[in-house]
Design a protein around this ligand. Structure first.
Ligand code: AR6
Length: 167
């Protein structure tokens, strides 16, 4: 597996699967989630609504992942995962690691060879960037997966620097 760091907007990545830092409603939000739905168009939300009506009536649980079309994005699929909200008093690192493991497991089911991850939980959900990067890189490196091209797409220089330190 080759791991690459990219400074930029994840919606522009030409990969098989782009990972969305969603919330359990799967019905959109701000940050990466907002950008993916804006740029990918209404097909993504349509599939998300169908998932809510079928498998995930109560929402997608934290740490799990599920795929939809990528709509108008250059990618083929969006893999939605729900990161944990950061807590200073409770260690939720396992749940954050699970987002990366489960996203790669779904990517394997799809037959994806390349995947782009944002820094899950490190925006609105408040995770300190260095710790989020350490968990992301460590988990992906150890994951049993067929994916050969993993990109972490970071939105600003501080995030990029944190992932570079973690690598
Ligand atoms: N490309 C790459 N990274 C981005 C982009 C982009 N286009 N936009 C933002 N980031 P966040 P979370 C970075 O808040 O913390 C949503 O409302 C951002 O700078 O998107 O998991 C959902 O609906 C940060 O470093 O995700 C949930 O309610 C990282 O992506 C909630 O936010 C993650 O920030 C999820 O919060």
């Amino acid at each position: 597996m080759e791991i690459t760091l990219v400074l930029g907007d994840i919606t522009e990545e030409r990969v098989d699967a782009v990972v969305n830092a969603a919330n359990s409603s799967l019905l959109g939000g701000g940050g990466v989630d907002g950008a993916i739905h804006r740029r990918g168009g209404p097909e993504i939300l349509d599939e998300c609504r169908k998932l809510r009506a079928s498998h995930y009536g109560g929402g997608l649980p934290t740490g799990q992942a599920v795929a939809t079309t990528a709509g108008a994005l250059p990618a083929r699929w969006v893999i939605h995962t729900v990161g944990p909200v950061y807590s200073a008093t409770e260690d939720r690192g396992d749940r954050l690691a699970s987002c990366y493991r489960e996203s790669l497991r779904v990517a394997d089911e799809l037959g994806a060879a390349s995947i782009a991850f944002p820094a899950v939980s490190a925006g609105v959900y408040g995770w300190p960037m260095d710790d989020a990067a350490r968990i992301a890189v460590g988990t992906v490196r150890r994951a049993p997966t067929q994916v050969t091209d993993v990109r972490f797409v970071l939105f600003n220089r501080d995030a990029y620097a944190a992932f570079a330190r973690a690598l």
